[in-house]
Design a protein around this ligand. Structure first.
Ligand code: AMP
Ligand code: MG
Length: 433
């Protein structure tokens, strides 16, 4: 793929989020999104130090062996295994080899070299004895006494044993973790080609919504969602533009959205996702492109909208912060992952014993806020946040992740296992208190 090259248009098929289903299950919603969302394929070359968290857009083939040469894993004495056997473990020390200073000559037959961790094995040596296991008889030269039982090749690292020259080290689509960046550095490569960072435009809606730092009147609500969603987007390594709180002016809204859609990959709105009359934002998205309100058989947060304005995906999250958060994790995150080049990723749930009893309506999937604890034996169990209100941001703060209860589940009894996805699976740092 050519770098820094924007595909002309239409990553998205026309009206790709249309569905004739009145109510979608969680799995149906994911399948629809997975089938429709295409990656943004632009890429750029960045210095390795800036590559962490980015999605690799090239295959990285190891240009050379890692390690480059056979070397010792310990401080000690290097020798040929055949000489060690023949001398019954008594060898004159004829060389000293430090890391970074390879010996200029081969090890003379029947001798040993004192050698330090990471130093290149001298030609003629294939085995290393650990310093702590050896005894030295002083003399000119000193004699090293090596205990019996060492296998040929002991304590020697082979050239290429970590990565062989020419092997595919990393493949496109990988989100680079610290250990991947370290592995790339170990091959000597200083730059990598990654997909460009996605650009999201974020909008809050509602006449009652006020930005923090402003005075507030009865009936108004501070804009928690902007901050919540900005942080989630940052955790997903997405660049965020703040379009502010868009209220009541249909013409202004339409202008702003048209502008944003032209320069962003995804438009994320919260609030106003319903059939209520006061919804200029939804109308504007529909007028500029298409918008579909999906009724999802989930709790919390049923109505979520998906649409498009040109190549810009438009996601409408519920206004209620907990519902916005849960819907963002469940639906926006995999969409962002797919658009960003890392594939449509959904975390694999853990199975953990429940430390609570719960009765549930069948037919919908529920996401309870789960708190991890140790039971009397020190094993991990999960309890449920005590209060039910889905508007409580406290429930998200106290929780470690989401407990997933499947559609058909009607009850949970303490001791049964439940599915659990830690927030850390979405790039959110673990709770410290
Ligand atoms: P809506 O989806 O617009 O019907 O909003 C549902 C609930 O979420 C209402 O109580 C709103 O006041 C609240 N809400 C909407 N947007 C936000 C926001 N940006 N921050 C905090 N609460 C919000
Ligand atoms: Mg509203």
């Amino acid at each position: 793929m050519p770098p820094n090259n924007r595909l002309p248009d239409s990553r998205l098929k026309d009206d790709c989020f249309a569905t004739d289903r009145e109510c979608l299950t969680h799995a149906e919603a994911l399948a629809l999104l997975k089938a429709q969302v295409a990656p943004v394929v632009d890429s750029e070359t960045v210095p390795l130090i800036a590559a962490g968290g980015r999605v690799l857009a090239e295959e990285i083939v190891a240009p050379r062996d890692v390690p480059l040469a056979d070397n010792t894993a310990v401080d000690g004495y290097a020798f040929s295994h055949a000489d060690y056997i023949a001398s019954e473990g008594r060898l004159p020390v004829a060389m000293r080899i430090a890391a970074g200073h390879p010996a200029g000559t081969a090890l003379a037959q029947g001798t040993a070299a004192q050698i330090f961790t990471g130093a290149v094995m001298p030609p003629g040596a294939d085995t290393v004895a650990m310093q702590e296991d050896c005894r030295i008889d002083d003399g000119e030269p000193p004699i090293v006494n090596v205990p019996p039982g060492l296998k040929q090749g002991a304590n020697r690292r082979r050239a290429g044993e970590d990565v062989a020259a020419g092997s595919a080290l990393l493949v496109p689509g990988l989100r680079l973790r610290p250990q991947d960046v370290g592995a790339i550095a170990s091959t000597g490569k200083a730059e990598v080609t990654v997909y460009r960072r996605l650009r999201a435009a974020l909008v809050s809606t509602g006449d009652e919504i006020v930005r923090p730092g402003n005075p507030i009147a009865p009936g108004q609500v501070f804009d928690a969602n902007h901050y919540l969603l900005s942080e989630l987007l940052a955790a997903a390594n997405v660049a965020v533009s703040d379009l502010g709180v868009l209220a009541d002016d249909p013409i202004l809204i339409r202008e702003r959205l048209a502008e944003a859609a032209a320069s962003h990959d995804i438009l994320i709105t919260s609030g106003g996702v319903s059939h209520g009359g006061e919804d200029h934002l939804a109308d504007a998205v529909a007028a500029l492109g298409s918008r579909h309100l999906w009724q999802l058989a989930i709790k919390p947060g049923r109505p979520v909208s998906f649409g498009q304005i040109g190549d810009c995906v438009a996601v409408g999250l519920p206004g209620n912060p907990v519902a916005a958060f849960v819907c963002f994790l469940n639906y926006a995150m995999p969409v962002l992952s797919a658009m960003g080049g890392a594939g449509f990723q959904t975390p694999i749930p853990y199975r953990i014993p429940a430390a609570f009893d719960f009765a549930k309506k069948p037919g919908r999937r529920e996401f309870l806020r789960g708190i991890l604890e140790r039971d009397a034996d020190g094993h991990m169990v999960v309890k449920k946040f005590a209060r039910d209100g889905s508007a409580l941001i406290s429930s998200l703060r106290e929780a470690d992740g989401l407990i997933l209860l499947a559609e058909e589940t009607t009850s949970v009894a303490a001791g049964e296992t439940v599915e659990f996805i830690p927030f850390s699976a979405y790039g959110i740092a673990e709770r410290t208190l």
